[in-house]
Design a protein around this ligand. Sequence first.
Ligand code: KG4
Ligand code: ZN
Length: 337
Amino acid sequence: MKILAIETSCDETSVAVVENGDKILSNLVSSQVEKHAKFGGVVPELASRMHTEKINLLLENALDQADVSFKEINACAVTYGPGLEGSLLVGLSAAKTLAHTLNIPFIGINHLHGHLYANFFNKHKPEFPFICLIVSGGHTILTLVEGHFKFKILGQTRDDAAGEAFDKIARYLDLGYPGGPIIEKQALTGNELSFDLPKPMLKQGYEFSFSGLKTATIQTVQHFKKTHDNNINIPDICASFQKTVIDLLLYKAFRACREHKIPTLVLSGGVIANKKLRDSFIKEASRQNIKLFSPEPEHCTDNASMIGTAAYYYFKQHGSHNLTLRVDPNASMEDII
Ligand code: KG4
Ligand code: ZN
């Protein structure tokens, strides 16, 4: 079964062709990062306009690269939420038009389910039940996954997502956008033990507060500069901030595995592209004898192949949607539509 998948929930326009859930025939991602960088974050109106400009060309190129024609496509899948309303609408309209014109099934996919299913590209797939940690620019969420599309949220962030905190700290330090990869690069030459930042909500269940960590980091920088001639070592603060985020995620994710007696941990989302984070999870998983899964870094960040894979499993279990499906900017991981 060949699925044409579209992802436009935020600032990446992406189209993929995925065969039988795990064969990526093409996966094109057009990033708008440069356009938004000068504003220090995603500008929703600009994002939806750019999706409109890019989507047709990407559709053509994705089919070309997959070496398939429209006639060979068996279903059309698209992210319906969560995300930016205007951006989601562009993808949804394109997918509905294609499904209607080609007379093929139309499948709406939750973006968070897409992130999780980026772990199903490989031959070696995670076995249920498992604990899933999604860490992106919009979400930080720990879930118990009991089967295909059987999710129980254990905890999530009460305020900012971890990726959002990376982005906001980078903006505060005037380093650019998106903050994650920039802070990761700066941290390479920094000493992660230079600043002892607090770990908000560490002992409280499975919830996170990255806004709390962001504020504490900013206050630490302000205080240090006041007492050091307005100077601070940027790599040191970046490394300390990054270590604190990793420690928080690590602590809660492995605790969820332990407390639920589940030996498999599955990671996903843009922040999981971070090498230091990946290495730390690999080390801890081996120490605690946990089977760890994470997508390749390019599949951690937003891309349409993960939507195509999620759609394959969704279709097998629940079938397709009708064309009245609407975007849902606030869709939850537990929503099965
Ligand atoms: O999953 P994603 O592409 O989009 C959302 O669904 O939000 O995640 C984007 C987020 C951004 O906040 C970005 O700064 C962060 O992921 N990110 C990283 C890295 N690469 C992307 N954070 C830390 N280290 C990275 N290498
Ligand atoms: Zn995402």
